[in-house]
Design a protein around this ligand. Structure first.
Ligand SMILES: [Zn+2]
Length: 82
């Protein structure tokens, strides 16, 4: 079985313990195991709560297709005929 040494904890783990990132039609395993990557994400989220909020808002908007006030205004303006 293929194994890789994690850059985070230094442990040798099977490839199933690593997330993969896609580039085109190829996928590459990340340098850190799922556990270390999860920890990194957690730390990043703790350091950037406003970015997390923004991201979540954008996701909800995409899901519900809710327009921001700006988008509503743009849409309304497009409806006008000069
Ligand atoms: Zn690790």
């Amino acid at each position: 079985m293929l194994k890789q040494v994690c850059k985070g904890c230094g442990e040798e783990k099977p490839m199933s313990e690593f997330y993969k990132s896609r580039k085109g039609d190829k996928s590459y395993p990340l340098k850190e195991c799922k556990k270390c990557y999860g920890q990194k994400v957690k730390e990043w989220k703790a350091l950037h709560p406003e970015r997390v909020k923004e991201h979540r808002k954008a996701e909800v908007r995409r899901e519900k297709k809710v327009l921001t006030p700006e988008e509503k205004w743009n849409r309304a303006l497009r409806g006008f005929k000069f």
